[in-house]
Design a protein around this ligand. Structure first.
Ligand code: GN1
Ligand code: MG
Length: 349
């Protein structure tokens, strides 16, 4: 993407940060927002441009982050909260040329990972996501906004899939026939979700909703420090966070892998996700939540398969693609991961 560095400099100015164009470099691999690292003489920052096609009410993110910032500054001042920096006149985000930007300090002495190469990393990450939810457990979920409504509502994702199927071009339906068949085959996963919601089997908590490993900061002793990328923090179920760790940590190959033989499920990584999360949450986890660890992997892997396939059927309107069948491949990749995961489930306990 081409963004005039003048725009970025204008935004940084609002925060009282001055940086030369060559001190602003692209950062991270997210599909939705754009992020830059800023190395200015006054300090290091992350500058983010919010995708307002996805986050239609970015002020809801600001609302949630202010709430958390105020709360943690009193209840747990020692926790490193990677929240937003405010502008010189006290705003969290800055609108410029129909775009919305935000700045946060870059936590010095920290590093991020692109992929999980050891079970210990999964353990550390799971502890950090659990800690985040645990520290916020006494905040009323009713006071939070939903930056993305129904974000991890699997029932709605399935409805969107069925609608996409009704409206899709014949050609795309033919190309995706095997994936469509598979998604329908695993529909039980969605029925179980409906049961969990309808019968209120597990509590709403403040959940991160994007637990990929690059959203955890590590220190130089390889211990987790805190979590970052807080746009999707909102009330939800723990199965979102634990499930997305399973989805993105278990396999050595990522969701971008086209050679499905390279998709693996590492048992030890599974064990360490569960151990880290449970250790940190402790008594806070209910008995039913404990029973749903296995399900959480199915839930998130299946939902991502449904979302990629839906986007392929819709003509690739949500996830940016690099080649024509990219979203179909991603869906196939997630279906393969789901199969391998379910094949191994009996060995997990
Ligand atoms: C998106 O932009 P990124 O990579 O952080 C998506 C997640 C998906 C992920 C799949 C707001 O996250 O839900 O799991 O892509 N975020 C949104 O790669 O839709
Ligand atoms: Mg994200």
């Amino acid at each position: 993407m081409m963004i005039h560095s003048n725009a970025l400099q204008y935004v940084l100015d609002q925060y009282g940060v001055s940086a030369e164009p060559d001190q602003i470099t692209p950062f991270g691999t997210g599909l939705i927002n754009c992020t830059w690292k800023v190395n200015s003489i006054t300090g290091k920052y992350l500058l983010q441009r919010i995708n307002t096609n996805v986050f239609k009410s970015p002020e809801r993110i600001d609302h949630n982050l202010s709430l958390i910032k105020t709360y943690l500054s009193e209840s747990n001042p020692e926790y490193i909260f990677a929240g937003p920096t405010v502008t010189l006149d006290g705003r969290i985000s800055v609108a410029h040329n129909n775009e919305v930007y935000r700045v946060q300090p870059f936590i010095s002495g920290s590093y991020t990972l692109d992929s999980v190469t050891s079970a210990g990393q999964a353990y550390q990450a799971a502890k950090q996501f659990a800690k985040f939810s645990r520290l916020l457990k006494d905040l009323k979920t009713d006071n939070f906004a939903y930056p993305l409504e129904n974000f991890h509502n699997l029932d709605l994702r399935v409805t969107q899939f069925n609608k996409a199927l009704e409206n899709a071009q014949e050609k795309r339906i033919t190309l995706a026939s095997s994936e469509i068949h598979q998604v329908k085959n695993y529909m039980d996963i969605a029925f179980r979700y409906n049961q969990i919601v309808d019968e209120k089997l597990i509590p709403l908590r403040i959940i991160h909703h994007d637990t990929k490993i690059s959203n955890v900061l590590f220190d130089h002793n390889d211990n987790g420090l805190c979590v970052i990328d807080l746009d999707t923090v909102m009330p939800g179920f723990f199965i979102s966070d634990v499930g997305d760790m399973m989805r993105t940590y278990l396999s050595e190959a990522t969701e971008e892998e086209q050679d499905f033989d390279r998709i693996t499920v590492r048992k030890e990584v599974f064990n360490q996700i569960c151990r880290g999360y449970l250790e940190e949450m402790g008594e806070e986890m209910t008995a039913v939540e404990r029973e749903l660890f296995l399900y959480s992997g199915r839930f998130m892997i299946y939902m991502q398969a449904v979302r990629f396939l839906t986007d392929f059927l819709n003509g690739d309107v949500y996830y940016p693609i690099k080649y024509p069948l990219h979203n179909l491949k991603r869906a196939g990749n997630q279906i393969k991961l789901l199969q391998r995961y379910m094949d191994l489930e009996s060995e997990f306990i």
